[in-house]
Design a protein. Structure first.
Length: 283
C-alpha cells in the first residue's frame, strides 16, 4: 500500500478493506496457521528460501512477510524488528489474520558457561523484562511456551543433529543496559553489576528481546507459541561469534513440518491434547 494513500478506518482498530493490517500490511488470506517470527527482516528471506513454495506478501517498516508451503503445511514468516514493542504489533496482526502457532526464530546471548556459540536454545519459558507484556497483564503472569511446539522443536533439533539446550530466556527491553552492558561513555547503575550473575544462578540460559512478549500474548489469547534462538555470544566466557542463525531457522522450519503431521493425526483421532505416544508412528 502506498504511503501517500489515505487510510480511513476506526481509530481503535485501524483495519482496511480486506482485513489489511496497519503495521504488517497483510490482509485476509495472506497469513497461514503456522507463523515464524524472526526479528531481522533479512531473515524472512532466509527462512522462506528453505520452503517448497514461497510468495512475497508485504514489506513495511520492520515487517517483511512471505507465505508458502513446507512439507504440505501452509506457512508464513513475518519479521518483528528488535524488541517487544514492534513484536506485539506483529503478533496481534498475524493472529487477527488466522495464525495460531507462532514461533520466534532468532539469536541470543548465553549466560551459562556450558553453552557454546552456535548452539541452539529452545525456550520453555521467559523472564518478563521486555517492557511491553506488563501492559497486557500483571507481571506475575507466566511467560510459557506451548508444550507441543516445544516438543516439535526438540524433535526437529534431534532429527537435524543440531546441538541444543532447553530452558528459560530473559527477554529485555534494551540490548545494552537491559542486559547488564554499559551504555554510552560506560554509563552504568549499581543494579547492573549483579544482574547477569543473579539470572545465571536462577538457571536462566540467555538474554534476547522478544520471547517473553510472544509467550505472554499467546498465553492470553489461547494460541501456541515456541521460541528457538542461536547463541551468538557467551557472556560468562566473554565470547561473541556472529554465525549459525541457519541452525535455528532449520529447526523452526522442520518443527512446522512436524507439527503439521501431529496436528493432522490429532484431527484424525479426534484428540484435543497431544501426547507422545499419539504420534509415535507418524513419519
Amino acid at each position: 500500500m502506498s504511503e501517500n494513500k489515505v487510510w480511513k478506518s476506526e481509530a481503535e482498530k485501524p483495519v482496511m478493506e480486506g482485513g489489511l493490517q496497519y503495521h504488517i500490511r497483510c490482509g485476509n488470506g495472506d497469513v497461514e496457521r503456522y507463523c515464524l517470527l524472526p526479528g531481522d527482516p533479512e531473515r524472512s528471506d532466509m527462512i522462506a528460501d528453505m520452503w517448497d513454495e514461497k510468495r512475497f506478501v508485504a514489506n513495511y517498516r520492520e515487517h517483511r512477510t512471505f507465505s508458502g508451503k513446507i512439507g504440505g503445511a501452509g506457512i508464513t514468516v513475518c519479521s518483528t524488528g528488535a524488541g517487544s514493542g514492534s513484536t506485539t504489533s506483529a503478533i496481534e496482526e498475524v493472529i487477527a489474520l488466522g495464525a495460531d502457532t507462532l514461533i520466534r526464530v532468532g539469536s541470543c546471548g548465553a549466560i551459562q558457561e556450558y553453552i557454546d556459540c552456535g548452539d541452539v536454545i529452545i525456550h520453555s519459558g521467559a523472564v518478563r523484562h521486555d517492557g511491553s507484556s506488563n501492559l497486557y497483564v500483571d507481571q506475575a503472569y507466566p511467560a510459557f511456551a506451548d508444550y507441543m511446539v516445544t516438543a516439535a522443536l526438540v524433535e526437529a533439533a534431534e532429527q537435524l543433529d543440531i546441538p541444543y539446550h532447553i530452558g528459560v530466556s530473559c527477554s529485555t527491553g534494551s540490548w545494552y543496559c537491559g542486559q547488564g552492558r554499559p551504555g554510552y561513555n560506560n554509563y552504568t547503575q549499581s543494579f547492573f553489576e549483579h544482574k547477569v550473575e543473579d539470572l545465571r544462578k536462577a538457571g536462566v540460559m540467555n538474554f534476547e528481546m522478544e520471547t517473553s512478549a510472544l509467550f505472554t500474548l499467546c498465553g492470553l489469547y489461547g494460541k501456541r507459541a515456541g521460541s528457538v534462538c542461536t547463541a551468538f555470544a557467551n557472556r560468562k566466557k566473554d565470547q561473541f561469534q556472529y554465525g549459525g542463525i541457519e541452525r535455528s531457522i532449520q529447526v523452526a522450519n522442520r518443527a512446522v513440518e512436524i507439527l503439521y503431521k501431529w496436528d493432522q493425526e490429532m484431527a484424525r483421532t479426534g484428540k484435543k491434547h497431544w501426547y507422545p505416544s499419539l504420534t509415535k508412528d507418524v513419519k
